[in-house]
Design a protein around this ligand. Structure first.
Ligand code: BG6
Length: 300
């Protein structure tokens, strides 16, 4: 498997497939600008390091690397539903894309950008478990001066395909108490902490001193994560996305999660590029829909 992948898609000095934890197959992308690691399970970006710098993405030290369970950290692909399934509680949280094994579609290197494209089709997922119309989902990871992650849904069926989705990016921060996020001032959001769905409006930057779980709808602006404990600002730009989700589980929720260390909430924040809630997308037969996040970093 690994040999075949390398034979077909590896690019000397730029892209190769290796075995990671629990034998998960990983693609390692590297070029003069940055390095990036992608797991074929989940089409999950695990790491993005600009050359000579620390990782911008956060990974839990307690993550499962186990078939059927999602990876905690990096950039999980939530699809074709975001959060809990609307009618069946037995369905996995955030859909099945992040717990499916994806296939490699292409790999290339051009002009300082190394690209890997992965694909998931309806025939690749367990049809008894998940009833879905014919689709192809593609995830392109482009590693260069920035990290671009683009999710493309193609509806190959005969009916409208309704999708909610997120590129559920976990970012590494020095300490959550020193973080502020700009770009959402004045945006309406649903506050889902404690299972409530309270409608609120953001005033100023987002700061953290308790659990935050917010779905900002009709939000298309860039977000900047400022962190006074580090010399960097992370910019999250996006296209094809009308929802931004901001999440930090804080103390009690972190303690309830088996794959999340009790103190780890201090070193992460999620800024998710999404289409969820009232922003979910309806894709007509034969059409497609793309959503992209672009992650970059500025240093003092
Ligand atoms: C966020 C949700 O997107 O994902 C939170 O807003 C949720 O409510 C979090 O807790 C993590 O979800 P999961 O399924 O990966 O534990």
């Amino acid at each position: 498997m690994l040999e075949e992948l390398n034979e077909k898609y590896s690019i000397p000095g730029r892209l190769e497939f290796v075995r990671g934890k629990e034998d998960f197959i990983l693609a390692e992308l590297r070029n003069p600008h940055s390095r990036c690691t992608v797991s074929l399970y989940g089409a999950h970006v695990l790491s993005f390091k600009p050359e000579g710098r620390e990782d911008i993405l956060w990974m839990s030290g307690f993550s499962f690397f186990e078939k059927g369970k999602p990876i905690r950290g990096g950039i999980p692909v939530c699809w074709p539903w975001f959060g809990a399934h609307t009618s069946d509680n037995a369905m996995p949280s955030h859909g099945f894309a992040r717990i499916s094994r994806w296939n490699v579609k292409s790999a290339s290197n051009d002009d300082g950008v190394t690209e890997l494209v992965l694909s998931l089709k309806n025939t690749d997922v367990n049809p008894g478990k998940f009833k879905v119309e014919p689709f192809e989902l593609k995830l392109a990871v482009r590693c260069g001066k920035t990290l671009e992650v683009e999710l493309l849904t193609e509806n190959n069926g005969m009916e409208n395909f309704i999708v909610s989705e997120a590129l559920h990016s976990y970012f590494s921060v020095s300490d959550i108490g020193r973080v502020s996020i700009s770009g959402l001032d004045g945006a309406a959001y649903i506050d889902t902490v404690n299972g409530l769905h309270a409608s609120k409006v953001q005033s100023g930057d987002v700061r953290f001193d308790s659990e935050v779980d917010r779905i900002y709808s009709k939000s298309v602006c860039d977000c900047i994560i400022s962190d006074s404990g580090s010399a960097r600002r992370i910019k999250v730009s996006k296209t094809g996305s009308r929802t931004t989700v901001i999440w930090n589980p804080w103390i009690a929720k972190a303690a309830r999660m088996p794959d999340f260390g009790n103190e780890e909430y201090r070193s992460m924040v999620c800024v998710e590029t999404a289409n969820a809630g009232t922003d979910k997308v309806s894709i007509p037969p034969g059409r497609n829909h793309g959503m992209k996040t672009v992650i970059s970093c500025e240093y003092d």
